[in-house]
Design a protein around this ligand. Structure first.
Ligand code: IPD
Ligand code: CA
Ligand code: CA
Length: 271
């Protein structure tokens, strides 16, 4: 396990250096859809992470966001229980607009259960990491979720996808959670939002429609820091589930009850 984490950490730092170098240059941007953009930085970072992982763990499957979900398996390798999820640049919209909040996220899952995860914010030089059963760290210092036990005094995070914005019901949730809490931040990187819960900056986080590469590392980091990650209906969250609700555990029921109430009252319900 330690070996997996050490290699992922080294690679995340390398990819982070690529992102930082690209951040200093005007971005070359192309669009996957009307507003779903991809920069040269996404591509270069992913190339680095995928090739390094492939060399280190040739029998493992690798799913990188910009590889459009293809599994890069070494030719002839037996189907592996291990799969890496790679978001080479989480926070692309921020990156493209020069807003310095983005990260590399790398996670290893075993039969879809995250067992090692790293999220690196190269601007802040913050590296979040966790290994299953061993805890979570920020720059090698153990981290723990907050002790806030009432939603009314909690600070929350959420996010909205760049694409299919109109179909996303989150605006109803954003409104209600803003009124019910100390505030809601919308920072543009789900991986960093989850790490925010893990280290106690946020007391809770929710979002719809996140992909496994957005959440696999962050989910493990929250759980290993003592927090909870479920779907809105309370089942343990698996990367790729339609809804994600993370918290310090203490305000989880209150947050969940509010999501149920919002779904019942608002025109669009969770997908
Ligand atoms: C996005 C970010 C954002 C979240 C979106 C994601 P990307 O990932 O995590 O915070 O709200 O749903 O798609 O496109 O920057 O890798
Ligand atoms: Ca992402
Ligand atoms: Ca991305």
């Amino acid at each position: 396990m330690r070996e997996f984490l050490d290699v992922a950490t080294e690679i995340a730092r390398e990819a982070g250096a690529i992102l930082l170098a690209e951040f200093d240059h005007p971005a070359t941007i192309t669009y996957k859809g009307e507003v779903d953009l991809v920069t040269q930085a996404d591509r270069r970072s992913e190339e680095c992470v995928v090739s390094r992982l492939r060399t280190a763990f040739p029998t493992h499957a690798i799913v990188g966001e910009e590889g459009s979900g293809h599994e890069h398996l070494a030719k002839g390798a037996a189907r592996s229980h291990y799969r890496w999820y790679v978001d080479p640049l989480d926070g692309t919209t921020n990156f493209a607009h020069g807003y310095p909040c983005f990260a590399v996220s790398i996670a290893l899952v075993e039969d879809e259960e995250p067992i090692a995860g790293v999220v690196f914010n190269p601007v802040a030089r913050e590296l979040f990491a966790a290994a299953k059963g061993q805890g979570a760290w920020l720059n090698q210092k153990k981290i723990h979720v907050s002790k806030i036990d009432r939603l009314a005094v909690g600070l929350l995070g959420t996010g909205f996808p760049a694409h299919k914005r109109v179909e996303n019901p989150n605006i109803h949730y954003y409104w209600r959670f803003t009124l019910a809490s100390h505030g809601v931040r919308r920072d543009g990187s789900a991986a960093l939002d989850l790490c925010g819960v893990a280290c106690g900056r946020f007391d809770g986080f929710w979002e719809f429609g996140l992909k496994p590469w957005d959440t696999a590392a962050g989910t493990l980091i929250v759980r290993e820091a003592g927090g909870m990650v479920t779907t809105f209906d309370g089942r343990p969250y698996h990367p790729g589930d339609a809804t994600c609700l993370a918290s310090n555990g203490l305000i989880h029921d209150e947050m969940r009850a509010l999501t149920t109430d919002i779904a019942e009252r608002s025109p669009a319900s969770p997908g």
